[in-house]
Ligand binder design. Structure first.
Ligand code: AMP
Ligand code: GLY
Length: 440
């Protein structure tokens, strides 16, 4: 029987998921449910429903009405509100963890506590607070080297780092007080020094199939300057390595994911079925955890789903049937570079409504995914967030970067992108930084 697969969400990540599913030899029927319409996904789907993706009943009733046999949840917000639980209850198996398991992303304190309770390596010092009691003492003990995080989902705005957003103990105390006033619990943790990378695994609750390591670029401007964003672009290097990581670093990250999946199954009494995404820092003392996400990374998944050679439908089915031990996840060993084109002013005051003129043909080795765009009077317009992602693939990083850059540059208008992502110079800087950290 051919599958009818529901994709929940409508960014470039969901466009990449829908495209990978559409490329399956099984030719599944695709559905999408989201708050806005993405013309890239519309073109791949037979039904597209609009509504609140965080409303479990709305998503489940759309799935039932259109005969979904499988669902893939893209973003974190529906996972946190129990959309996976509602879909399973409606008889639709889901790639994406149930609400209690999704706390690995929706509660930073839960994620840190899970590692601590199960003796899993990777935690820096951390303490969770719901009031100002004891905060000052911890801030003083980690003076100038702490990070303060809203415990819950805050769309990337809940984390402040010493030396970056926090320039004095007064700044730190003020942020903590603000969180207390809003009734938000928070975590204070030691600031880690090193290079960040993402390691995602397909997970059926027991077996994990790891994806190649990827490096995202969170800062808006070249040279890693400017405000934090959802991610301006990412790269993977040939042979599934990153130039600043050792094989041992990757092994440690894989092991942490493996042990976290087992700990989640034990604590929650049910299998974690979905994508387990560890955000790690390679440090002088080995691999440390920055945070967990309960879904595909964006932009990281744009690189990885472009490189994926195995059938995503078979992988999804193995996740929901808990038969991942019988299925492999193969990725092309080529290098990849992804860059997002974003509106001027992004992320704080993005322009909206500008026309997006896409190249008519894409050269070899280049894929494009649509994100925050809409069609108005038959014209593609930007809606004010990450707009279009371009992924270049090649034998090495230089080739992948050149292919990506050539296409992203072709798109005219009041947009910008980070030309430095994946360049030799930017990567050399990271390798040097990592060398210095390891020697410090
Ligand atoms: P998160 O939302 O947890 O990914 O945090 C956003 C960013 O804050 C991360 O990508 C890191 O750059 C930074 N960050 C978070 N936690 C730490 C930490 N313990 N040490 C250093 N930087 C951190
Ligand atoms: N690339 C960061 C994220 O997906 O959360």
């Amino acid at each position: 029987m051919s599958e009818t697969i529901l994709v929940v969400g409508s960014g470039a990540r969901e466009h990449a998921i829908a495209r990978a599913l559409a490329h399956s030899p099984e030719c599944p029927r695709l559905l999408c449910f989201s708050t806005v319409s993405n013309p890239g996904i519309v073109a791949l789907c037979s039904e597209y429903g609009l509504g609140s993706i965080t409303d479990p009943e709305a998503v489940a009733s759309f799935a039932r009405r259109h005969g979904a046999t499988l669902a893939v949840i893209g973003p974190e917000a529906p996972l946190a509100t129990g959309v996976a639980d509602a879909l399973w209850a409606a008889g639709v198996p889901v790639v994406g963890p149930k609400q209690s398991l999704a706390r690995i992303e929706s509660s930073k304190g839960f994620a840190r506590g899970l590692l601590a309770r199960h003796g899993i390596s990777g935690n820096p010092f951390f303490q969770r607070f719901a009031s100002m009691d004891g905060v000052e003492k911890v801030l003083a003990a980690y003076d100038n080297r702490h990070v303060i995080k809203d415990d819950g989902l805050a769309g990337g705005k809940g984390v402040k780092v010493c030396g970056d957003h926090l320039l004095s103990i007064q700044d730190s105390l003020a942020f903590c007080r603000e969180l207390v006033q809003q009734g938000h619990p928070f975590v204070v943790e030691e600031k880690l020094e090193g290079e960040e990378f993402s390691l995602m695994s397909f997970c059926d609750g027991e077996t994990l199939r790891h994806m190649p390591a990827v490096q995202d670029h969170k800062r808006a401007y070249e040279g890693d300057k400017g405000p934090n964003t959802g991610g301006m672009g990412a790269y993977t290097a040939a042979g599934h390595k990153l130039p600043f990581l050792s094989d041992e670093d990757i092994r440690q990250a894989q092991e942490i994911n493996q042990r976290v999946a087992a700990a989640l199954a034990e604590e929650c009494g049910m299998p974690y079925q979905g994508i387990l995404y560890g955000g790690f820092m390679a440090t002088r003392e080995g691999v440390k955890l920055i945070e967990y996400n309960a879904r595909f990374g964006d932009p990281e998944s744009l690189n990885l789903l472009t490189l994926l050679e195995s059938d995503l439908v078979a992988l999804c089915r193995a996740i929901v049937n808990q038969t991942l031990k019988d299925v492999q996840a193969h990725f092309s060993p080529l290098a990849s570079v992804c860059k997002y084109l974003v509106p001027e002013g992004y992320p704080d005051q993005p322009r909206k409504g500008d026309r997006v003129l896409l190249p008519a043909d894409l050269p070899k080795g280049v894929t494009m995914f649509l994100s925050a765009v809409d069609v108005k009077d038959h014209i593609l317009v930007a809606t004010g967030s990450r707009t279009v992602a371009v992924v270049g693939v090649g034998d090495n990083l230089a080739e992948a970067e050149a292919r990506c850059e050539e296409v992203v540059r072709m798109i005219p208008g009041p947009f910008f992108h980070r030309a430095d992502i994946g360049t030799e110079q930017a990567i050399a800087r990271r390798v040097e930084h990592m060398k210095a950290v390891r020697l410090s």
